[in-house]
Design a protein around this ligand. Structure first.
Ligand code: ATP
Ligand code: MG
Length: 408
């Protein structure tokens, strides 16, 4: 598609990416903008990052840029750093290796992760969806389409490059990416993809848990987690993705509220994601009795979080923060005036609990009164002045410790 036929203007392209493209081109290399950025520019969206594809080898790229670092063990990529922590990733065109080129220690993601240099056309064909395989050529400002991606963009349709059955066997994470892009762009998923997901869905649970964990967090960063989880349920992928969790209709609602929260500009932490995934089940399993001990709630939270965290190798610190969010909600639900309230109100983490609980109140508005009472306590600074007294033991200890320090 020639320059005059598409709407991409160089003004929309990041300055650092342009510098890289021009410099490669001036030195006689092919230099294209590739991947998601071309798709987003054609859709009039702001790309998240600008990736560059070239026929220069990583070493040749390095020789051209002083601010270049080669990264990646199996497939070398060039990272070119600019002021303000800006980074442009430059990848040499690659192709899928032929069977006889596969090494003995072939791993499950070999097809996408470790491949060999190829032509631009081969590079387009190794990508996942047609709309993700468009190139913007800096030499003549044209858009190069080897896979029919422009037509699919016009039709707002997500289509796999090649046979989806084979592409999902090569890399099952692509099933999740299909749902993600359909939700992000509001594109229809091609019928062939849906049939293939139906036939290959059990492969997803065998995919690398590290990659799945990262793609799941991407759903939250892109504010489509609620929608994608609903799609995953419809297409039978939810159990594959979250084998240790049970979803209720409220889980989907809560995830959508998290998405809205992220859309308002707030950062999403994994602990909040975990807490939201688990909160409806947690509340079902945690009887709300004012006499119920916090330790019981802690045990329920742990029982629900541990298997999922084990499956995804999620660090203890993140799990404990999620547990504290859940138990904090439990504490708020029990109402005010119970043991430990002063400490809770003073604790720096409580602001996060209150924010989380406020989301839950949008789902269960009958809790708004409880919430209002807690907010009142927080706002009036009751934290510092409640009648709750320190235990005499602590009061006695303080001066002693101080005295010991002074002596030392
Ligand atoms: P965004 O960065 O906006 O989330 P993106 O399309 O750039 O979207 P990335 O995950 O950054 O997505 O991947 C960059 C490109 O790499 C994709 O556009 C696609 O062409 C290719 N790609 C990524 N993951 C895969 C995969 N699992 N299989 C095949 N190609 C992939
Ligand atoms: Mg990208």
């Amino acid at each position: 598609m020639a320059r005059s036929e598409h709407g991409i203007s160089r003004k929309q392209i990041d300055e650092s990416a342009l510098k890289v493209l021009y410099r490669l081109s001036r030195h006689g290399y092919q230099a294209y903008l590739v991947g998601g950025s071309v798709r987003d520019l054609l859709l009039g969206r702001t790309p998240k990052d600008f990736d560059v594809g070239t026929d220069a080898t990583p070493e040749q790229v390095k020789a051209l840029f002083r601010n270049c670092f080669l990264v990646g063990r199996r497939f070398r990529l060039a990272h070119i750093r600019f002021r303000g922590n800006q980074l442009v990733e430059v990848a040499t065109f690659r192709r899928n290796p032929a069977i006889e080129e596969l090494p003995e220690d072939n791993d499950e993601h070999f097809h996408f992760v470790q491949n060999v240099f190829g032509s631009p056309r081969e590079d387009a064909f190794r990508r996942d969806f047609t709309i993700n395989a468009l190139f913007y050529n800096i030499a003549d400002f044209s858009v190069i389409d080897h896979v029919g991606g422009l037509q699919d963009l016009a039709d707002r349709r997500l289509r796999m490059i090649g046979d989806p059955l084979i592409r999902f066997e090569e890399d099952p994470v692509r099933m999740l990416r299909a749902l993600e892009f359909s939700a992000r762009l509001d594109f229809a998923i091609d019928a062939e993809i849906i049939t293939a997901i139906d036939q290959r869905r059990q492969l997803l649970s065998g995919a690398s848990s590290a990659r799945l964990r990262e793609e799941i967090m991407e759903l939250f960063r892109h504010q489509v987690a609620g929608q994608v989880c609903e799609l995953a349920e419809r297409y039978g992928l939810l159990d594959q993705l979250f084998p240790d969790l049970s979803f209720t209709p409220q889980t989907f609602e809560l995830l959508k509220l998290l998405d809205k929260r992220t859309a308002s500009g707030k950062k999403i932490r994994e602990s909040l994601v975990l807490a939201a995934l688990v909160l409806p089940s947690f509340l079902l399993q945690c009887p709300l009795d004012r006499d119920q001990h916090i330790n019981d709630a802690l045990a329920v939270a742990d029982r629900l979080l541990r298997p999922h965290c084990r499956t995804y190798s999620i660090a203890q610190g993140i799990r404990c923060e999620a547990r504290d969010l859940l138990v904090g909600c439990f504490r708020m639900l029990r109402g005010r005036g119970l043991k430990g309230e002063t400490r809770f109100l003073r604790h720096p983490f409580t602001a996060q609990v209150v924010e989380f609980f406020t989301l839950w109140c949008q789902i269960d508005p009958s809790l708004n009164d409880v919430l209002a009472r807690w907010q009142e306590a927080l706002e009036t600074g009751a934290a510092a002045h409640t009648g709750e007294r320190r235990s005499p033991r602590r009061r006695r200890r303080r001066p002693r410790r101080k005295a010991a320090m002074q002596k030392a």
